[in-house]
Design a protein around this ligand. Structure first.
Ligand SMILES: Cc1ncc(COP(=O)(O)O)c(C=O)c1O
Length: 390
């Protein structure tokens, strides 16, 4: 029977009968798992049985969440990691060797770019940024040492939606793997495997957890592709702790409901901003005026809860607006039930040079608004009154 994502979110990956017949899984705090005898140790090593051994490799809680994540993404397997960045960096370290090339679309989370340039490059891995959506440049840059193409979809913070099928068909025809960071879409708005992607990465800190109370990441794909990455994870220990896994499992159960509300609010607030005289430009994939609206219609089931917009003012006017809203709190991150707002110039890009800010489209008066699940009209009225302050 094929189940709806709402049902998968609640029951996917979970045992039919749980410890003591409880309706929820307990938190298994054990760092180690004991064996009844030496024969059981041998059976595990021989692959005759599957069980937990040591919580740096797996725990009952991490295992259950991995099954749920794989069910939501429609992949064979998933890895639960400590953060979104650890999911990405495990993939890069696990897959790439000196001399290999990583290609990535340049509009992405600034820490991903920083990791590529400052760390991977120092280990002899060639990292090349391609202008986002420039498929000719991408195809030209592929050589026989290109192992991976990475992109976000939508991108942070401009919500660009690239043509995913074009990307995966170029990559497949050249024998290159693809990794798509769909943190901003969540599997409710997009499942990249349906379009031929190999790896899907998430900052589970965001929509998947959904309550601004945990850090975690996910990497989804086939069992075979994930096997070497899982091995590296077991060595490093970049696995979310049982308590975090439990919180994430709980958060995932309401993911479709939360995303439905964030999609609704996202579109309504983006439409409101787009017609406001103090707003210069709105970046939201659900708006017809967005540069990649056609791609968004094709690939996304909803525009999500993140909106970026430029105000008709300077950096101080923009700060006045942000200081003037009362429901969204000032802070980085997104995807939780509480709305957050930030001026990227003062947050992630404070130390970036003006030239880099211009290259990455970080206007002085750019606002990034991450909607939570508060009432849409309350949010709209709050934003409206703050706009009157500039
Ligand atoms: C698109 C995207 N990918 C990855 C990350 C990294 O996730 P984490 O903070 O969980 O390491 C972020 C964080 O903001 C993000 O926005």
């Amino acid at each position: 029977m094929s189940l709806d994502l709402q049902t998968i979110a609640v029951h996917g990956g979970e045992a039919a009968v749980k410890s003591e017949f409880g309706i929820v899984d307990p938190i298994h705090c054990s760092s180690t798992f004991t064996f009844p005898n030496s024969a059981a140790v041998i059976a595990l090593n021989e692959g005759a049985i599957e069980r937990h051994e040591y919580a740096r490799y797996s725990s009952p809680n991490s295992h259950t969440v991995e099954l749920k994540l794989a069910a939501l993404e429609g992949t064979e397997d998933a890895l639960l990691t400590t953060t979104g960045m650890s999911a990405l960096t495990l993939l890069f370290w696990g897959l790439l060797r000196p001399g290999d090339q990583l290609l990535f679309f340049d509009r992405c989370y600034h820490r991903t770019r920083q990791f590529c340039y400052d760390y991977l490059a120092a280990y002899g891995i060639r990292c090349r940024a391609i202008p986002t959506g420039d498929f000719e440049a991408l195809a030209d840059a592929i050589d026989d040492k290109t192992r991976l193409i990475f992109t976000e979809l939508p991108t942070n913070p401009h919500l660009t939606v690239i043509d995913l099928e074009r990307l995966t068909s170029i990559a497949r025809s050249r024998g290159v793997k693809t990794c798509i960071d769909t943190t901003l879409a969540s599997p409710i708005n997009l499942q990249p495997v349906q379009w031929g992607a190999d790896f899907i990465v998430h900052s589970a800190t965001k929509y998947l957890g959904g309550h601004n109370d945990l850090l975690a990441g996910a990497l989804c794909g086939t069992r075979e592709d994930l096997a070497p990455i899982r091995q590296l994870q077991g060595i490093i220990g970049a696995i979310a702790a049982p308590h975090t896994a439990y919180l994430l499992q709980r958060g995932l159960k309401t993911l479709p409901l939360r995303i439905a509300q964030q999609n609704r609010s996202g579109l309504a607030i983006a439409q409101f901003l787009a017609q406001h005289p103090k707003v210069k430009k709105v970046y939201y994939p659900g708006l017809e005026t967005h540069d990649t609206y056609a791609e968004a219609r094709r690939y996304l089931r909803g525009g999500g809860g993140l909106i970026s917009f430029e105000l008709r003012t300077d950096r101080e006017g923009c700060s006045r607006f942000i200081d003037g809203v009362s429901i969204p709190k000032i802070g980085p991150s997104l995807g939780g039930v509480e709305s957050l707002i930030e001026q990227p110039l003062l947050m992630s890009f404070y130390k970036a040079s003006p030239a880099d800010r211009q290259r990455w489209g970080i206007d002085d008066a750019l606002v990034r608004l991450a909607l939570g699940i508060e009432d849409t009209e309350d949010l709209r009225l709050d934003i409206e009154q703050a706009l009157s302050l500039i």
